[in-house]
Structures are given as structure tokens and as C-alpha cells.
Design a protein. Structure first.
Length: 262
């Protein structure tokens, strides 16, 4: 199963767990309190990122039209919508898009639009002054993700801001046998399916693909797109005994004089 099919599976069966892989967000466990915590975590993240933008890049920044790439059920799109004139959330899963629309309606948010995504971002029109993406690119093969990044940057207005997260390396604390099992899960779907059965999970529940990005390539894409003002914040997540190390790159699309020949 490729990554797009996997995310449609999670969008259809486990939309909240697909976004944040904590047991309390499984459909069988999700209640009003857990759902409130889910959306509160999105509000905290948006506040943190915009505070970082104002402290390091542009003290007066206020988004007018924002793009939330890999929006899922709207965890980040909805708090962004409260702070700008409009936001467009894009996701590869039709089911996630429908859930995000439903959540926007439930919260009374009318300035958020949600569309199906593809590698060309063909459902989008116009430009944006804020780009956001968190725990999304890591689930996309790097060659595809780099092409999507280039397209996103072409839609960013001069002076606009981006906050995009990429995983760049991982380390494992598990025994070698378990590491080999994890590799087998990725390459041999029937082994993963057998693992699902043993753990009481649905037979066809797909493995979430994790990818590492070469930050040299990511920074070059940003450089060539004229995004010369950059700050970073580190991220760290865990799965199957692995620690995935990432970085949130916060940047402004502004060419710095002399940067091409310094």
C-alpha cells in the first residue's frame, strides 16, 4: 500500500489517531475530553510558531491568507483560521478533508476551505503569505516531498512566512532482531499484517511510512526560492523503538543582498 492509500485508510477509519498516534485518539477510545485535548494541542502549536516568527523574523507579522499542507482533520487549520482572513487546508485523503470540513462547521469557522491534494497542488489557486506543515513531509518519500516543497514556495508571496517540519535522521535503541523486524514490516506487508492480528489491530491497517530528508537539499530549495531569512526549532518523536529527529524550519521569503555571492 502506498502512502496516499495509507492516509486514505486512516482518514476513513482512524482520522484523529492518524494525525496524533496516541491511543486516546483511536476511534474506539475517542471521547469529548480527548477530542478537546486534540484541538487544544493544535492551538498551542500555532501560538508557539507565530510567537517564534514574531520574535525571530517579523515582529508585526499577521497572516492574511494561509496554506496548511497535510491538514488532516483541521487540528492546525482551525486555529490558524481564527488568526487570519482565510486558510486553505489541503490533504491527500478525501476522508480527512471531509472530516476537516465537518469540524470547521462544528466550531463555527467559515473562513477555512479544505481541498484534496496532489503532488502539483492543482486544487490551489492564488498566493499565500503563510505556509504551514507539521508531521506531514516525513510521511512522503523525499523526491516527492521536495517537488511539493518547490511548488509551495512558488505560491508564497514575497515577504511571506513559512513554518515547515522535516525529519532528517533517526536512531534505534531496540535490539538488532527488532530492528530487522521493523525493516521487514516496511518491505513485506504480510509480515506487518500478521503483526496487526497478533496485536488485535485490523488486519489491513497500514504501516505509517517514515522518511528522512537531506536538509542540505531542503535548504538549497529554500535558497533558490529566495527564502533567505531562516530560523529553526528541533522536534523529536518516537515509534517502534526509534527516535526520529526533525526540525521546524521557519523562514521568510526575502532575498538577502549578496547572499548569492557571499
Amino acid at each position: 500500500m502506498d502512502s496516499d492509500q495509507a492516509w486514505e485508510y486512516y482518514g476513513r477509519t482512524e482520522p484523529y489517531f492518524g494525525v496524533l498516534t496516541s491511543p486516546e485518539f483511536r476511534s474506539s477510545e475517542l471521547n469529548d475530553e480527548a477530542k478537546a485535548r486534540f484541538f487544544e494541542s493544535g492551538e498551542r502549536y500555532v501560538e508557539l510558531v507565530l510567537q517564534h516568527v514574531r520574535e525571530t523574523l517579523d515582529p508585526s507579522f499577521r497572516a492574511t491568507r494561509a496554506l496548511d499542507f497535510g491538514c488532516g482533520v483541521g487540528r492546525l487549520s482551525l486555529p490558524i483560521a481564527r488568526l487570519c482572513e482565510s486558510v486553505v487546508g489541503v490533504d491527500v485523503s478525501d476522508s480527512m478533508v471531509e472530516c476537516a470540513r465537518s469540524n470547521a462547521a462544528a466550531f463555527g469557522i467559515t473562513n477555512a476551505t479544505f481541498v484534496k491534494g496532489d503532488d502539483q497542488l492543482s486544487a490551489l489557486s492564488g498566493t499565500f503569505d503563510f505556509l504551514n506543515s507539521l508531521i506531514v513531509f516525513q510521511h512522503i518519500p523525499p523526491a516527492r516531498g521536495e517537488a511539493i516543497l518547490q511548488k509551495m514556495l512558488s505560491l508564497l508571496r514575497e515577504g511571506g512566512i513559512g513554518a515547515l517540519q522535516f525529519t532528517y535522521t533517526f536512531e534505534s535503541s531496540t535490539p538488532l532482531v527488532r530492528q530487522l523486524m521493523v525493516r521487514a514490516y516496511a518491505k513485506l506487508p504480510f509480515v506487518w499484517n500478521a503483526r496487526n492480528v497478533l496485536k488485535g489491530r485490523p488486519f489491513g491497517e497500514p504501516m505509517m511510512q517514515m522518511n528522512e530528508y537531506d536538509l542540505n537539499r531542503v535548504f538549497r530549495i529554500l535558497h533558490e526560492a529566495g527564502c533567505h531569512l531562516i530560523n529553526t526549532r528541533y522536534t523529536e518523536t518516537g515509534s517502534f523503538g526509534h527516535r526520529f529527529y526533525g526540525v521546524i524550519i521557519v523562514f521568510q521569503k526575502e532575498r538577502v543582498a549578496g547572499a548569492e555571492h557571499a
